[in-house]
Design a protein around this ligand. Structure first.
Ligand code: NAI
Ligand code: MG
Length: 377
């Protein structure tokens, strides 16, 4: 018998459990579970409160021993609240809450955030039925590097003023009233996200890749990305490079999103544009994503733990099921991935089973069952 896939499953908090159950049913129904060994791991708010760590070391170990991870959602709360909810023994120990998913991305160098946004006809929430957008968001640098100051240390301000003519106007500012967040791009970081997007366009037959930045204003970072994109695209036959500013992109995506295919952007702009794209195809109940590195990947829905629906068996599991479908694609189980997508598409098209967000009253498990019925048929 061939080796089984080792899959880490991290349902996390809130509705994470409901939608993970649904996705596991789909993986059973399509026959993947026979090829896989699932290891369930701890992540989320409960572990922050009890252990002072939302991503315990044992979970990291588990991930290191897995081929990839199916994650759902976690709850996170602002600093003061996080501190208050710690068990008494852990209070006052200067524990700092850190988003486990952001940590995972950095720890495993998951530099691609891949977000397919495809409209399945019959979804009453579709902006149009002919959309097939795929967003590549850089996942490890840019504005999310977390290098920021408030107040700004004197040495930092001094260095900036000495090294940049435009910084002179801040000379003498009260440093308590200044905040700085840095946006760092590296050539390596830029090149690998561009390459991932262009490879994808080539492999899946998209005629264009659109770089979504703002090089006319943010000259050095966005500029680096555009310059590298122009070089790299030369290596692809018949692939057209489009360059669109982030602000204009928001407008074009409302005006004629059907003209676009693969989009690639840095961390912040990719975050924004992917939420916009997700809403065009039905929003959080449909938006799935993959955090992908060279050797490891974590697949998840875009939505959070939606605390108000905890334990209600109410939310839409399609985003999580499509995240599982992305996982199968990444593992090379293309046939099974295709079957899941077709089952989802058929249930949406028939329109008999719809969760509340689609205007219906079906439950999470009814949606999962309907999809599984198609898979078994
Ligand atoms: P959320 O995505 O959890 O929910 C916002 C609203 O979207 C929900 O109230 C619900 O109306 C709708 N929604 C979400 N998922 C849905 C689904 N599957 N089907 C139908 N409707 C759905 O975002 P919110 O309320 O801002 O955050 C709740 C918690 O989740 C917070 O603690 C936040 O930090 C966390 N969060 C975690 C993420 C992650 O695990 N990657 C991502 C986003 C938020
Ligand atoms: Mg977001």
């Amino acid at each position: 018998m061939s080796k089984k896939y080792k899959i880490a499953v991290l349902p996390g908090d809130g509705i994470g459990k409901d939608v993970t159950d649904a996705a596991m049913k789909a993986l059973d129904a399509v026959g993947f579970s026979e090829l896989a060994e699932y290891k369930w791991g701890d992540i989320g708010w409960e572990f922050w409160c009890k252990e002072g760590d939302a991503l315990p070391e044992r979970t990291i170990e588990l991930l290191k021993q897995s081929d990839c991870c199916l994650f759902s959602a976690i709850t996170s709360k602002p600093k003061e609240e996080a501190e208050k909810e710690l068990i008494p023994e852990l209070q006052g120990k200067d524990l700092i809450y850190f988003s486990p998913i952001v940590r995972l991305r950095q720890l495993f160098d998951l530099y691609v955030n891949l977000r397919p946004c495809k409209a399945y006809p019959g979804n009453p929430l579709n902006y149009r039925d002919d959309l097939d957008l795929v967003v590549f968001r850089e996942n490890t640098e840019g504005l999310y590097v977390g290098i920021e100051w408030h107040p700004v240390p004197e040495g930092v301000m001094k260095t900036i003023i000495e090294n940049h003519p435009k910084a002179k106007r801040f000379e003498g500012a009260n440093l308590n009233d200044v905040a700085i967040s840095t946006r760092i791009f590296t050539r390596k970081g830029v090149k690998r996200i561009l390459k991932a997007s262009m490879d994808y366009a080539r492999d899946f037959g998209y005629p264009t890749v659109t770089v979504v930045e703002k090089p006319n204003v943010i000259r050095e970072t966005s500029g680096l990305m555009i310059r590298e994109a122009r070089k790299l695209v030369q290596e692809y036959n018949n692939l057209e490079l489009w360059e669109t500013n982030i602000d204009a992109m928001a407008m074009w995506l409302v005006k004629n999103p059907q003209n676009y295919g693969v989009l690639v952007a840095s961390n912040m702009f990719g975050d924004i544009v992917s939420d916009l794209c997700a809403q065009l195809i039905g929003g959080l109940g449909f938006a799935c994503s993959g955090n992908i590195g060279d050797n490891f990947a974590v697949f998840e829905p875009t939505h959070g733990s939606a605390p108000k629906y905890i334990g209600m068996n109410k939310v839409n599991p399609i985003a999580q099921i499509l995240a599982a479908k992305m996982m199968l694609d990444w593992l090379g189980e293309k046939e099974m991935a295709k079957k899941i997508e077709e089952a989802v598409a058929t249930v949406i098209l028939e329109g008999k089973v719809r969760t509340y967000d689609m205007g219906g009253s079906s439950t999470t498990s009814e949606m999962a069952d309907a999809i599984c019925e198609k898979l078994k048929a």
